[in-house]
Design a protein around this ligand. Structure first.
Ligand SMILES: Nc1ncnc2c1ncn2[C@@H]1O[C@H](COP(=O)(O)OP(=O)(O)OP(=O)(O)O)[C@@H](O)[C@H]1O
Ligand SMILES: [Mg+2]
Length: 380
């Protein structure tokens, strides 16, 4: 049985908006995306009225879940910023609910400190300017390295365009809901994991409108029972566009790890990544050089395919720590793509050691950052 948009609209017609009008008539609905009987849409509402819409959002989700055949429903609440509050476009509801008055862009930083995630001591982002440099692979093995240091570690897949964690951690099961609204993350290799990929199909191309991106991430952060975590590692989508920036702004990040390959082109993008985090006052914990060199598995000869050492030099130039070099190695790729990350499955191997060393440096940097961190500030 396939669920149609008309069925969704019919179900939503029974949900009243705060002024009593049926939801489809309230001019707040985004496009309704139905994919494999999973339904997504957002309600774009006035920033000032966000509170009164939260119950409508919940009721809409319930109504859609009640349609026979619907497997899951994700309704996101987004609010447009008040006019003049900044040109960066729509913000997630909890940010936009307190729009900054025009002209107050550099008001006291403390007024924009983001609320933490209950139970989570530190959130760090693994990011890169460029796609395909090995962020997700690094994020997973770094998380496992931190686990090996005795920390309770969570992982959030913030790459809602191309979620990787279901594959990299071989997770096929769907998260359970708790009390109808909150999601229970999945446990794998001792990590507590959440990805939008658990809710949608790997093969489904996702088209998200800007506000939906942020709402989906916000929900994964705040409507998931993360439990008690020493650290949450966020696998970021590639790039340094508005989506990444907003993500960096709305999550209370302790710091960011930038992954780069050694080529000049990747380094230019890494530089953008560093600049972006600095701009939003998120400490850059350091740079990892991935695919740093190639060790021939049969003869052991080393080749510097992409020109080894570029990221270390770049880190020095930018005045940020260098965290380590990960070789380009068949085992890393094979294991990673099979959902058997090397740190978990070959803990005594050379690659696991490299990732653990990087994890130890990250931990030390976080301690340093905690001592000297500026408050995380939202820029208008
Ligand atoms: N050090 C490495 N050695 C060998 N293969 C690697 C290494 N790091 C990553 N890979 C492989 O490179 C590919 C891209 O890696 P990954 O998905 O981690 O990159 P990404 O930066 O997260 O990509 P995207 O920008 O699409 O999110 C994967 O097939 C992965 O297995
Ligand atoms: Mg990735």
């Amino acid at each position: 049985m396939t669920v149609s948009k008309e069925q969704v609209l019919a179900a939503l017609a029974k949900v009243p908006s705060p002024d009593g009008a049926p939801l489809p008539d309230a001019r707040v609905l985004s496009d309704i995306v139905v994919s494999e009987n999973k339904v997504f849409f957002s309600l774009t509402v006035d920033a000032a009225a966000v509170k009164s819409w939260e119950s409508v959002r919940k009721a809409a989700e319930e109504a859609v879940r009640g349609i026979p055949g619907v497997q899951s429903a994700l309704v996101a609440l987004t609010a447009e910023r008040a006019a003049g509050a900044g040109a960066r476009g729509p913000q997630p509801a909890h940010v936009a609910a307190h729009p900054r008055p025009a002209g107050a862009a550099h008001a006291h930083p403390a007024d924009k400190v983001q609320p933490g995630i209950p139970g989570v001591d530190a959130v760090i982002a693994v990011a890169s300017g460029k796609g395909g440099v090995g962020k997700s692979t690094t994020a997973v093995n770094l998380a496992l390295g931190l686990r090996d240091l005795g920390m309770k570690v969570g992982m959030l897949d913030a790459d809602i365009y191309g979620p990787s964690l279901p594959k990299l951690l071989a997770i096929k099961e769907k998260p359970q809901t708790i009390g109808g609204t909150r999601l229970k993350p999945i446990e794998r290799y001792g990590l507590t994991v959440m990805s939008i990929g658990f809710l949608i199909d790997e093969e489904t191309p996702m088209i998200w409108r800007g506000p939906m991106v942020m709402s989906a991430i916000t929900q994964m952060l705040r409507e998931v029972e993360w439990g008690k975590l020493d650290i949450m590692v966020v696998d970021m989508p590639p790039g340094t566009g508005d989506a990444q920036l907003t993500m960096a702004q709305q999550v209370p990040l302790k710091g960011a790890v930038i992954v780069s390959t050694p080529q000049d082109l990747a380094l230019i993008d890494a530089r953008r990544g560093v600049a972006m985090f600095k701009r939003v006052n998120v400490p850059v914990l350091g740079v990892v050089e991935n695919m740093s060199y190639f060790l021939c598995p049969s003869c052991g000869t080393r080749s510097d395919i992409f020109g080894h050492g570029g990221a270390r030099k770049e880190a020095e130039r930018l005045g940020v720590p260098f965290l380590g070099e990960v070789p380009l190695h068949m085992t890393i790729r094979e294991k990673s793509d099979a959902g058997l990350p090397v740190v978990a499955t070959e803990p005594d191997g050379p690659h696991a050691k490299i990732y653990r060393d990087i994890a130890a440096r990250v931990r030390d940097q976080i301690k340093g950052a905690a001592r000297s961190a500026p408050k995380i500030v939202i820029e208008a």
